[in-house]
Design a protein around this ligand. Structure first.
Ligand code: ADP
Ligand code: ADP
Length: 226
């Protein structure tokens, strides 16, 4: 079953720039789909349309069978992880993890249970009282992942989540994201400009260039026929 489906989805910005020129594909439940391509090719715009952070200019974008235009961002059952972490600097790690749940009026005991589980999965237990400024880049990115995890969304959207980390940490976090994906069984859409990241993480890879989708295939098939 398709969790997310796109049919002729386009994005034309107010200045006339065509960022996405007719994307059509479907994302299966539980799939880890990677969008890869050079900077400026439209990956982030496509992800932001799925998240409801950008309007769709034309075409049809559905999540769990419902058109996104008819869903309030809060009702989309989607959580997004950003490249720059987007943590609240004045809040502790625990408060950062709790924030999205408080917005949705999650009961306190349920909230604590989810925070404890996410902290354990990501090795953040000893950092819950700290502020983001007291953490390393890798730890901050873990908190950003944790904030998505506690929401228990149907779909995770990750926009270049590792590109601010050094190469060693990036490789380690890649393994961690693959593990999280296996453990959660969730649907993930992962944006990167890094081909190695795309090939090692993706079940399927969508190759974009200049707003257009050039290929969609498994890493193995893309490797055999580059
Ligand atoms: P990527 O994520 O692949 O780097 P983006 O989706 O960020 O690409 O951008 C795709 C194209 O749309 C680029 O040419 C970019 O300059 C342009 N763009 C992005 N955001 C806006 C905006 N708010 N207004 C106008 N053009 C934009
Ligand atoms: P506050 O003092 O405002 O409760 P905290 O930073 O201690 O701020 O915690 C923020 C939220 O995270 C709280 O709602 C709390 O329930 C939850 N929380 C804090 N520590 C833990 C923990 N060890 N395990 C699970 N949840 C926690």
């Amino acid at each position: 079953m398709a969790t997310v489906s796109l049919d002729g989805v386009r994005k034309v910005y107010a200045n006339g720039r065509v960022a996405v020129a007719g994307a059509s594909f479907a994302i299966a439940e539980g799939e880890l789909l990677v969008l890869v391509g050079p900077s400026g090719c439209g990956k982030s715009t496509l992800l932001r349309m799925i998240a409801g952070l950008e309007d769709v200019s034309a075409g049809e974008l559905c999540i769990a069978g419902k058109r996104v235009n008819e869903l309030a961002p809060r009702d989309r059952d989607i959580a997004m992880v950003f490249q720059n972490y987007a943590l609240y600097p004045h809040m502790s790690v625990a408060e950062n993890l709790a924030f999205g749940l408080k917005l949705r009026a999650t009961p306190k005991d349920e909230m604590q249970r989810r925070i404890a589980t996410a902290a354990a999965m990501l090795g953040l237990q000893s950092m819950l009282k700290l502020r983001p400024a007291e953490l390393s880049g890798g730890q901050r990115q873990r908190v950003a992942l944790g904030r998505a995890l506690v929401r228990q969304p149907k779909v995770f959207l990750l926009d270049e989540p590792l590109s601010n980390l050094d190469a060693r940490l990036r490789a380690a976090m890649r393994v961690e994201i693959a593990r999280l994906h296996r453990e959660l069984g969730a649907t993930m859409v992962y944006v990167t400009h890094d081909q190695v990241e795309a090939m090692t993480l993706g079940h399927r890879i969508v190759v974009m260039n200049d707003g257009a989708i050039q290929q969609i295939d498994t890493p193995l098939a893309l490797y055999a026929r580059p």
